[in-house]
Write a new protein. Structure first.
Length: 109
């Protein structure tokens, strides 16, 4: 994964074509890039983001923003209560407690 100006990407390697293909993550629009080397891929990624931002500006549209770090989650009230209890037992806010647990999950996968 690469990051540029707050935008991230997903990258795959096509073994047959011997080329890297990437797509900018989290956009409604499809923004792709490719390269045969890591340097080419990085350059193409950055150029794709810059082109996307210029395109939006030229059309008078706001570009999709990079992830804010906030998301809404609806859960059963009894689970909500239990999570508040668990976080309080550890002296943490619910938000920090859940963020920490999610971070642990992503480090192990």
């Amino acid at each position: 994964m690469m990051n540029y100006k707050g935008y991230g990407s997903t990258i795959r390697f096509d073994d047959e074509a011997e080329i890297f293909h990437g797509e900018v993550s989290g956009l409604r629009d499809v923004v792709t890039f490719q390269g045969k080397t890591v340097d080419e891929l990085k350059t193409a990624f950055q150029e794709s983001i810059d082109d996307y931002l210029e395109y939006c500006e030229g059309r008078g549209e706001s570009p999709d923003k990079p992830f804010s770090g906030r998301f809404l989650l609806r859960i059963d009230p009894s689970l909500h209560r239990r999570l508040v209890e668990l976080s309080a037992d550890e002296g943490e806010s619910l938000n920090n407690w859940i963020a920490s647990r999610l971070g642990e999950l992503t480090r192990t996968t």
